[in-house]
Design a protein around this ligand. Structure first.
Ligand code: N2P
Length: 364
């Protein structure tokens, strides 16, 4: 009898239960470091009652290793589009349910179309932020060492060994990002930065090896504080990170003045994408988060804090004038023409790139 009652009770509860069991109010996010406003997560938690666990990384390779291993535990991840393309092929992501993303209409149609090259039909991801890989430098220290005519608008500032040698004592850092720094070195050599020819990778890596004795470190997040504190003076780094360094120096009022340039030879333009792993445990909440970030005010708040360009058309009016007008963040059309986007490297090309990178970093 007792058994029967239990059965009936559960049958009754099934009748009133929603078609899908409600997700627990939890969301696990894995994003780049220094890449969100101070209050974004708090606001999302307040609005939705969902509790967020927020972890950070500073390398596409690290993120990719986690995703390919599976069971990352994350519901939202933020790969750069060129990495995402092959991760989609590997089945790492689920398709977005666009009916849950009404704010998609806020996005810049042109940019979404451009990233469609990596994700046809934008089926798996939306743009979080975009930026360039260029040069951050300490204005006075570089001038002291290379004079008034220091080539701060050129890749030669870093890749010409004569310059690198003169800057070595004040500290040069490079991103630990083979798919970004090797193509930049190739570009400096006059090669096509989008080339996937192993010989070109090798030449790029050799140019890096040639300045290696003058490079203080390869790291993709440490340079923000180091530039800000005057502990390093030149960084090949990401646009917004360099602006954050400038901000931190201004706030500290420490006399350090930092500038960012997109080198005249051109630079990599990348797009970081919000995507949901196929095995995410909280896909409903993940959709809520993606939609939340596409709100014009929320994304403008992020851009205003991290100095990276938003791909949200509706947010533009809400972005600080200082950021909108900065050519290092929203470059003018003639500069845009010199930007290149990363090819999607296949497994073999990726192996060669990484092998060359290891050699370059050890100065071989
Ligand atoms: C933020 C890093 C920006 C993303 N610290 C590089 N794709």
């Amino acid at each position: 009898m007792k058994f029967r009652t239990v059965l009936m009770a559960s049958a009754a509860s099934m009748l009133v239960a929603p078609a899908f069991a409600e997700e627990e109010k939890v969301l696990n996010i894995y994003n780049w470091s220094d890449y969100i406003a101070e209050d974004t997560i708090e606001k999302f938690e307040e609005e939705t009652g969902i509790k967020v666990t927020y972890d950070v990384f500073d390398s596409n390779e690290v993120l990719e290793a986690k995703l390919l291993a599976g069971s990352s535990g994350y519901d939202i991840v933020v790969p750069s589009a060129s990495f995402m393309a092959r991760q989609i092929q590997a089945g790492v992501f689920q398709k977005l349910d666009k009916s849950k993303l009404p704010n998609l209409e806020n996005m810049d149609g042109q940019i979404m179309q451009n990233v469609g090259e990596y994700d046809p039909g934008n089926e798996h991801a939306v743009v979080y932020m975009w930026g360039t890989t260029g040069i951050g430098y300490n204005v006075e220290k570089v001038k002291e060492r290379l004079g008034e005519d220091a080539p701060t608008d050129s890749l030669a500032l870093i890749f010409d060994p004569a310059n690198a040698e003169k800057l070595a004592d004040c500290g040069i850092s490079l991103l630990d990002a083979p798919t970004e720094i090797i193509p930049a070195a190739m570009n400096y050599l006059g090669l096509d930065p989008r080339s996937t020819d192993p010989e070109d990778f090798k030449k790029g890596a050799e140019a890096i090896a040639a300045i290696k004795p003058h490079v203080r470190y390869f790291h993709s997040s440490q340079y923000i504080n180091d530039l800000a504190n005057g502990d390093t003076c030149v960084a090949m780094g990401w646009s917004g990170d360099v602006f954050q360094a400038r901000d931190r120096a201004d706030e500290a009022d420490n006399g350090v003045s930092i500038s960012y340039t997109i080198p005249k030879e051109g630079a990599l333009q990348w797009f970081d994408m919000l995507a949901i792993p196929a095995d995410a445990k909280h896909p409903e909440n993940a959709h809520k988060f993606i939609n939340f970030v596409m709100d014009a005010q929320i994304t403008a708040d992020i851009t205003n804090y991290v100095w990276y360009a938003s791909a949200n058309e509706k947010a533009i009016d809400l972005i600080d004038g200082e950021i909108l007008e900065d050519p290092g963040i929203f470059p003018a059309d003639e500069v845009k023409e010199k930007l290149w986007v990363s090819p999607v490297y296949d497994a073999k090309q990726d192996r060669v790139l990484n092998r060359e990178w290891t050699k370059a970093k050890t100065g071989q």
